[in-house]
Design a protein around this ligand. Structure first.
Ligand code: TYM
Length: 330
């Protein structure tokens, strides 16, 4: 049976390996079998106040990188969040049934309060509500995301249930966070701490050239090497192995694991292999980024067609939502 699958990426920075392996790759695999919608979350990017002169360019870049990575607009609906006003309407309605306390408790909010303490705006607090609106408006069964979005999906499910209960309606199914490997993944950064992120300065971008990739990987944090056979790996080394597992073949991973376990590993060789295998994945994507990015007519066609399809789906949901809430015309 065809399921509805939806995912999105914020229009900040360049797409990195975390975005690719956490969300994009899963989505791309599904686009030929399911009803798939993918979008650029440009309104979400406003929480950090990008310059108006940069706003459109950010959308253009992320959209181009999506397409270059293999999203096929002949099969998947590809749209820009701000082209769908129904999302903001649903966001307002969902805000009315969301409690301040539950938003204040989200990890992402607490994190942002720490990182941008001089700009703790209401959009940051209600970020998960806008994300719930993005998702619920298309009533998907599955949402391919990385581990960092798990809590947001949990809030989305809570709001779907609460809406149905409060308004005694059966409008929203509960969407599941999804990854083909069963467990949601967290792709680590190259600095030995936390996840790979757009703003963390620890990422490899799909648009990086080979030289940059090699340089970044060779600079990744390691230690002085294992001191006893079969020892516990420190986080920095485990992170490099996590990256190797997603980009290299199982033989390569086994080879370096054994070398680690018997203390013969050379980090220089491990990193060289990792950089080469990353390049194999990103090189074809990078070539397409240049081609697609220059073709504004194509991008216009894709987003106009995507917006028309997404609005049709969003309007059908909003008709039921408005009825459930009691909004009606004279
Ligand atoms: P964003 O733009 O930070 O990331 C986009 C997708 O990439 C995944 N991701 C990762 N996965 C694994 N390891 C990492 N290091 C890593 N970094 C990022 C994210 O989990 C995400 O799936 N709030 C969202 C955008 C959004 C959205 C939505 C997503 C808005 N509305 C509705 C899905 C559905 C965000 O900021 O993701």
């Amino acid at each position: 049976m065809k399921e509805t699958v939806l995912s999105g990426i914020r229009s900040t920075g360049h797409l990195h390996l975390g975005n690719y392996f956490g969300a994009l790759r899963n989505f791309i695999k599904m686009q030929y079998e399911h009803r798939c919608l993918f979008f650029v979350a440009d309104l979400h990017s406003l929480t950090t106040h990008p310059k108006p002169a940069d706003f459109h360019g950010n959308v253009h870049r992320v959209l181009t990188e999506y397409l270059a990575a293999g999203l096929d607009p002949e099969h998947a609906t590809l749209f820009v969040q701000s082209d769908i006003p129904e999302i903001t309407e649903l966001y307002v309605l969902l805000n009315m049934i969301t409690y301040k306390g539950e938003l204040e408790r989200t990890t992402s909010f607490k994190d942002k309060v720490r990182k941008q303490e001089d700009n703790v705006n209401a959009g940051l607090l209600t970020y998960p509500v806008l994300m719930a609106a993005d998702i619920l408006i298309h009533r998907p069964a599955k949402v391919p995301v990385g581990k960092d979005q798990e809590q947001h999906l949990e809030i989305t499910r809570t709001l779907a249930r609460r809406f149905n209960r409060l308004y005694e309606a059966d409008v929203f199914p509960e969407p599941a966070a999804f990854n083909f490997g069963a467990e949601l993944v967290k792709i680590p950064g190259l600095d030995g701490s936390g996840k790979m992120g757009k703003s963390e300065g620890n990422g490899i971008f799909l648009s990086d050239d080979e030289k940059t990739i090699h340089k970044k990987v060779m600079h990744a944090v390691t230690d002085s090497g294992p001191t006893a056979p079969n020892g516990e790996m420190p986080d920095t080394i485990r992170n490099i192995f996590t990256l190797l597992e997603v980009v290299s073949t199982p033989d390569v991973v086994t080879h370096f694991r054994e070398a680690y376990n018997n203390c013969t590993i050379r980090y220089g060789e491990l990193k060289k292999q990792l950089a080469e295998d990353i390049c194999k994945i990103t090189l074809p994507i990078r070539t397409r980024i240049e081609e697609i990015g220059a073709d504004r007519d194509y991008l216009r066609k894709v987003t106009q067609q995507g917006a028309a399809q997404a609005r049709e789906s969003a309007q059908a949901t909003m008709k039921e939502v408005r009825k459930a809430v009691g909004i009606q015309a004279f």
